[in-house]
Design a protein around this ligand. Structure first.
Ligand SMILES: NC(=O)c1ccc[n+]([C@@H]2O[C@H](COP(=O)([O-])OP(=O)(O)OC[C@H]3O[C@@H](n4cnc5c(N)ncnc54)[C@H](O)[C@@H]3O)[C@@H](O)[C@H]2O)c1
Length: 260
């Protein structure tokens, strides 16, 4: 098992990629704190983990945009498991709207959930990781942080911020053996994608899939496996890295220039 003896916090662990990551990390021997604003979703993830013999996890209701909640999340990890080694900043929210239709509250919600949350979680977790002798942080950004997308400006700006926050924090904490990397997924089959397309409609899936060089979207487990890699000694010389796991969206534009 690749994470034996380690303690991991996964934010947004009650759904989609966060759930897949929490389950995979527990299978690899980690004790997992499943933190989510959706208490029921977090409890369901814990059930998935603990119904398998030996899986250890707790659910902690956390709003990652609130400093007091985030500190309580880290305190819970320390109280239950005595240390902290891994933080997956995965909680996020999306919005597809043009600028004139976007309210100040919507802008704040998208920036706070996708970017401020990483500031708050890292601020609370890094002292605990230092006490454990080091650690690994993975920030889940998006391909939307690398390329612009129509009517997606708030989310794109937040995810671009998450990428650069990753790089700067990596410089500050490398000597403390805390590695900080980020992942930029492309389309992933989760409830978030279901907010914007009908993921049960094969034609819609095909349309979104065709924007990727691989011709399809990802399953949540395909992103979780890259987070796992980043948290193991296999990635021991990686920090400040931006790992694109996007099926080729950011590689360039799909569609031929030549007509024949
Ligand atoms: N699905 C995609 O196509 C896609 C692509 C690129 C990046 N991402 C990013 O991947 C991450 C995971 O998203 P997902 O696709 O699994 O979506 P999801 O909607 O299935 O999961 C997001 C989780 O975050 C939680 N959350 C939202 N606001 C929160 C808050 N304030 N405090 C705590 N938890 C909160 C939700 O309750 C939910 O459980 C997000 O950061 C998202 O932006 C998703």
């Amino acid at each position: 098992m690749k994470l034996s003896g380690q303690v991991a916090i996964v934010t947004g662990g009650g759904s989609g990629q966060g759930r897949a990551t929490a389950v995979l990390f527990a299978q690899e021997g980690a004790r997992v704190v499943v933190a989510d604003i959706n208490e029921q979703g977090a409890a369901e993830t814990v059930h998935l983990i603990t119904r398998n013999e030996g899986g250890q996890a707790i659910a902690v209701r956390t709003d990652v945009t609130k400093a007091s909640d985030v500190q309580a999340m880290v305190d819970s990890a320390l109280r239950h498991y005595g240390r902290l080694d891994i933080l997956i900043n995965n909680a996020g929210a999306t919005l597809f709207k043009g600028i004139e239709d976007t309210s100040e509250e919507e802008w704040d919600r998208i920036i706070d959930t996708n970017l401020k949350s990483i500031f708050l979680c890292c601020k609370a977790a890094i002292p605990a990781m230092r006490q454990s002798g080091g650690g690994s942080i993975v920030n889940i950004a998006s391909v939307a942080g690398l390329i612009g997308m129509p009517e997606h400006f708030a989310y794109c700006a937040a995810k671009a911020g998450a990428i650069h926050l990753t790089r700067s924090l990596a410089l500050d904490h490398g000597r403390e053996h805390i590695r900080i990397n980020c992942i930029c997924p492309g389309g992933v089959r989760t409830p978030m994608l279901a907010e914007v397309i009908d993921i049960n409609n094969p034609a819609e899936l095909e349309r979104i899939g065709q924007q990727h060089a691989l011709g399809r979207i990802a399953e949540p487990e395909e992103i979780a496996r890259v987070s796992l890699f980043l948290c193991t000694p296999d990635a021991s010389f990686m920090t400040g890295a931006v790992v694109t796991v996007d099926g080729g969206i950011a590689a360039g534009r799909m569609g031929r220039v030549q007509s024949r």
